[in-house]
Design a protein around this ligand. Structure first.
Ligand code: SF4
Length: 368
C-alpha cells in the first residue's frame, strides 16, 4: 500500500532538533483528533507537521504553539516562527456515526495520524494489577472514563472500518489488545477481528499487535486471517529495565520475544514485523542501539519512541517519571535510522501499522 507518510523526505538538522524537542515538550493546541489514555505509552494530539502525520503531547505548559498554521516557540516574551507548517488533523466523519445498538463509532476505533484506524480490541489487561502493570500504561483509564468499550466485536470493527474507509479515506488499520490469561495472550480474538475487517474491506491493510503467543503457530493463524503486518512490542531489551517498568510483562522472557520475532519474519516477511523500543526508561543508549541493529538484521523494524509521562499511569502518579532528554532521543533516533537505512528498511514499506504511520516516532523525519 501507499501510506500517506511514504513521501517522507530528508529533513534539515534544525528541523529534526525541533521535531525532537516538540515530541518531548509537546504543543499548546486544541487538537480535534487526539487519544487520551489507552494501551501503551501514548497520549497525543494528531497534526500534520511539515507534511508528515505527527502525534504530539498536548501540554498547556509547552513553549510550542500553532499560530496562523505555523509552529512557533514562545519563550520569555519572544515568539519565533520555526518555519514549519502545522495543520491539526480534522475530526473524521465516522466519529458521528453509531451502531444500531447506539454505540458511537468513536468508542469502537480512533483515527490516528491522518489515515490510520486504530483500536484496542480488548480494553482490559490480565496484567493490570498494580503489582504487575506496565508503569507507563493507562489501558483501563479510557474504559473507566467511558471513552471506549471493553470488547470490540469483529462485527463492530468491520462496520466501523468500512465507514472510515468510505467517509474518511482511512488507508490502514492497527489492532492491538490487552493481554488475556489464555495461552494465545489475546491473539485469537485479534484473528477473528482481522477476518471480519477483511471480509468487509478486502483491500484494507491491517496490522496486529500482541505479546509473543505461547504457541508460535498462532502467528500463522494471524497471517492466515488476513493480517498484513505484526507488531510484537517489547519496549525495552534490557531485562533490569523490563523488570522495573513492566513487572508482569517481563515474565515473558526476551528469548520468547526473539523466537516470536523470528517466526513472525518467517511468516510475514522481512520488514512486516516491528517492535516498539522506548527511549527514556533508564536504558543504556548504546545497548538500545546495538539491540536495534540486531533487530534490523533479523528483519524486525525497531520503532523508537520517546517515553511519555501520562497522567493516570503509575510512572507519573508514583514515580514522578520524566520524558527523556532531547539530545538522547535525537542521538538514538539518528543511530537507529542509520541502521535501518543500511538494512534497507523503511517504515513506509510496512503494509500497515505504527512504522507505516510513523506519527509517534522521529524516525520518519530521518527518512527511516
Ligand atoms: S504510530 Fe501507531 S500509535 Fe502512533 S499514531 Fe501512528 S498508529 Fe497510532
Amino acid at each position: 500500500m501507499s501510506c500517506s507518510n511514504a513521501t517522507a523526505h530528508p529533513t534539515s538538522g534544525e528541523t529534526v532538533a525541533t521535531r525532537v524537542d516538540v515530541a518531548i515538550r509537546g504543543v499548546r493546541l486544541a487538537a480535534p483528533v487526539r487519544r487520551t489514555g489507552g494501551a501503551g505509552p501514548s497520549d497525543d494530539g494528531h497534526v500534520v507537521l511539515d507534511g508528515l502525520a505527527t502525534a504530539l503531547p498536548l501540554r498547556p505548559d509547552s513553549p510550542y504553539l500553532v499560530r496562523d498554521g505555523r509552529l512557533v516557540r514562545e519563550e520569555l516574551g519572544a515568539v519565533t516562527d520555526l518555519g514549519l507548517d502545522v495543520e491539526p488533523v480534522r475530526r473524521p466523519a465516522f466519529y458521528d456515526l453509531a451502531t444500531a445498538e447506539g454505540i458511537a463509532y468513536e468508542k469502537i476505533a480512533k483515527l490516528h495520524g491522518r489515515d490510520v484506524l486504530a483500536t484496542t480490541v480488548v480494553q482490559t489487561c490480565a496484567r493490570y494489577d498494580p503489582a504487575d502493570r506496565c508503569r507507563f500504561c493507562a489501558i483501563e483509564a479510557s474504559l473507566e472514563s467511558g471513552a471506549t468499550i471493553a470488547v470490540k466485536t469483529p462485527a463492530m470493527l468491520a462496520e466501523v472500518a468500512e465507514a472510515a474507509v468510505r467517509l474518511d479515506g482511512v488507508r490502514h488499520v492497527v489492532l492491538t489488545t490487552g493481554t488475556s490469561t489464555a495461552p494465545d495472550r489475546g491473539a485469537r480474538h485479534l484473528a477473528r477481528c482481522v477476518r471480519a475487517i477483511k471480509e468487509a474491506v478486502p483491500t484494507l491493510p491491517v496490522q496486529v499487535q500482541c505479546e509473543p503467543p505461547a504457541d508460535l503457530a498462532t502467528i500463522t493463524e494471524l497471517r492466515e486471517a488476513g493480517a498484513d503486518s505484526i507488531g510484537i512490542h517489547v519496549e525495552s531489551l534490557d531485562d533490569s529495565v523490563r523488570r522495573r517498568w513492566m513487572p508482569g510483562k517481563s515474565t515473558v522472557s526476551l528469548g520468547e520475544y526473539w523466537a516470536a520475532w523470528t517466526e513472525a519474519v518467517r511468516v510475514f516477511g522481512r520488514n512486516q514485523v516491528s517492535t516498539y523500543l522506548l527511549v527514556g526508561l533508564g536504558e543504556d543508549p548504546d545497548e538500545l542501539v546495538a539491540g536495534a541493529e540486531q533487530l534490523v538484521e533479523l528483519g524486525v523494524y525497531p520503532f523508537v519512541v520517546p517515553f511519555r509521562p501520562l497522567a493516570g499511569t503509575l510512572a507519573v502518579d508514583e514515580d514522578g517519571a520524566q520524558a527523556p532528554q532531547a539530545a538522547v532521543l535525537e542521538d538514538v533516533s539518528r543511530r537507529v535510522a542509520k541502521a535501518l537505512q543500511a538494512g534497507g528498511m523503511r517504515g513506509a514499506d510496512q503494509m500497515a501499522g505504527c512504522a507505516a504511520c510513523g506519527a509517534c516516532s522521529v524516525l520518519q523525519n530521518l527518512s527511516a
